[in-house]
Design a protein around this ligand. Sequence first.
Ligand code: ZN
Length: 309
Amino acid sequence: MGKRITESKKFIITETILLILIISLLNTSYYYKNKISSIDKYMIDEYNSLKTKQKDKEKELTELKNYYNDYGNIDNKINFIKEEYFKYIKQLENDIINGKSNKKIAYLTFDDGPYYNTYKVLDILDKYNVKATFFTTTTNGTYCYDNKSYECFKLYPEYVKRGHTIANHTYTHAIRYGLYSSAESFIKAVKDQEEHVKKYAYGYITNIVRFPGGSSTARNLKSSIVEKLRENHYGYVDWNGSDGDGGMLYSKEETWNNFTSTINEKIEVILYHDYSRYTTAILPEMITYLEENGYILLPLFYESNMIKK
Ligand SMILES: [Zn+2]
């Protein structure tokens, strides 16, 4: 009897152990099954998110490619806009000259820069939303004449960025030191300045010249210089308005009176100098005066009637 009980006990123990083993095995398999399916889910999620990222990147790449192609065409686009704009202004000039329009135009021009003071001029023009023309020279060398620690060629990109027109006032400006000794010496100084502008102003090409001292300074060389300028696709311009800042000035009042006494034509090309403290001081008032007297203030362009070719 005792032996049977012992055998039955043994059986129960063995059965229990077996059951425990089976349960724990089942549990373990369930655990790993879950674990594997959660890894699968993670992998699928990760894959999907990578797919989405890839699509986003592909979209970005397409946008960049389009932008790049557009950028490649930017010169054409700018030229197209410029041509349209110049056509319109040229027509306006013709209408003004022929008395078909009551409008007036003033072209503000600044000679002999860049100077460090040019920044002040540029800031005033920005404030009044006026675009002007800068007749540049390199007579002052690498450093600004009015700030020997500042490299003045840094002004060239500034003219471009702020939407002004850069024009050519010869590299040397050496009126008494060889500029006017021959047509060739003059053209060389023009070409040297052309290269200087191109180098520092993002490849900017200028085709407007102002003779240092005005075209009459060239005397009997003028016609041969003009012919050579024409061969090199240049036109030139003098001026019919000025505040007298090329000479000695003693007060703001004197500068103002000089200015107002010369503004009497329907199309004005006004001569200023970047370095003049009197011009800088009353430039806001001069701009307001012109606008109040019906002038539209514009930058010069080669096709303008004011540019002699
Ligand atoms: Zn000059």
